[in-house]
Design a protein around this ligand. Sequence first.
Ligand code: NAD
Length: 507
Amino acid sequence: MATISTLETPPARQDGFVLPAALIAGMPAHTGSRKGAENASGGAPDATPICNASTGAVIGWQEHAGAALVDEAVRAAHTTLASWRATAPAARGARLKKIAELIDANRARLAALQMQVSGKPPLEADIDVSDAAATFHYYADLCLDAQAFAPEALALPDDTVTGERFYEAVGVAALIVPWNFPMVTTAWKIAPALASGCTVVLKPSELTSPVEHLLAEIINEAGVPAGVVNLVNGGGEVGALLTAHPLVDKISFTGSTASGKKVMQTAAQDMKRVTLELGGKSALIVRADADVERAVTLAVGGAFTNAGQMCSATARILVHDDVYRKFMAAFETAVRAIVVGPPHSTNVAMGPLVCAAQRARVQSLVEQGVQAGASVAFSGSVDQACADGFFMAPVVVAEPPADNLLWTDEVFGPVACVKSFRTDEEAIALANDTRYGLVATVVTADREAARRYQTQLRAGLVWINTPQLIFPQICWGGLGLSGIGRELGMAGLRSYQELRHALAAVG
Ligand code: NAD
């Protein structure tokens, strides 16, 4: 991959740095100058601004790739595939280990960039860096695990044959990520893809691509051979070009359910393998026996971390009647105390939304929800000093009608709804009354009850009395409209491998 240092040495253009349209093996960083008519969808922008979410200021630009650059990137990955796939897993793991170490070494730079483009508070930005590093460490170690790669002999009911099960890298993987945890979702894809022996073309979100450009620089510095990791910039139209490319074998997509459906339709043309990590509308359940203080802490974290821009946001909070008043009083105090502000403001707990359009979208959903009968119980506040950034106060809606869009639809912003319940059956029915199924949280002192919830809630991951902990050893993924497949863990590796078998005659 061509190295870039666009963030330190920006080429002159309007204001700030310019990210090249593509980073492709052995080639100079591409500008979007060859885009023009090559872009199949036409009308797509040549370049888009990158903003500081806390100030609204344009800090740089990213050029967008066109069809020709997407094609070059996929061909580079295809050309390098055979040699990377043939590289011993341990040697691939050594590169991953180096990436993990370099992420740690560049912690301050990566976190600063996250804070700049997304406005994340320092703690959240730092957690993102730790998560990315941990993911590369995990898959580096897995590369040394013989079971992950060595053929397995099969016990068969016929002694005239022997059988083996083995795994092989799927091929060229197109990796498409959103803007809410750019470094994290990217690490969750690149690390297992490279561990498996796949080569990749990454398309970051058009809103947060500087983070991935820095990550690409780190991957290059770690000695990953040219052509193994390639990057193309752009929006949905560039993602669509990438997913439609005939030399792409596997698509791993994280984003909205609406986009995921389009990706799946495109993938169907060539039977490309897909992993889809999509939206959510998850529940947090507070039983009557819950520690209410802990429940409030988990509710605040589940609904307002990353300004609620989380697929895993537990924005439907279900509280048992017996503790409802106590919970609401403490929740109101906690929400009003949330300091909303730029990353370096004192005691900041919540940053801005990612861009003006996202804030307008969330505010419009709140207005529509209220017009349709929901009422805001209380909200937080945003300091006047934040007027130029994309800030929004946290909002809590109480007892929305069951068909209100704030209760049914993914808002992807700092908006939580609270409803009361009387029985576990009612809570489970309310929690499961959605076509999504990503995560759930249960707060209870009763282990047996927790186990019942764990099995009866339709969710890929259930947290019991814990914040939203995620480890590379635990698989991530949802049911229903929340997607298909699992990331992280051994399943994350297997999702970049084809399962194959061989039978051989004895003698
Ligand atoms: P989005 O679907 O608009 O975009 C996601 C990515 O897909 C971007 O890079 C975008 O450019 C690209 N894209 C858009 N249309 C495409 C198409 N037709 N073909 C190929 N690529 C296309 O989503 P977003 O607004 O960036 O992110 C928010 C959504 O992501 C939310 O719905 C959230 O729940 C979801 N998300 C899910 C997870 C998860 O793990 N389940 C994690 C983070 C975010």
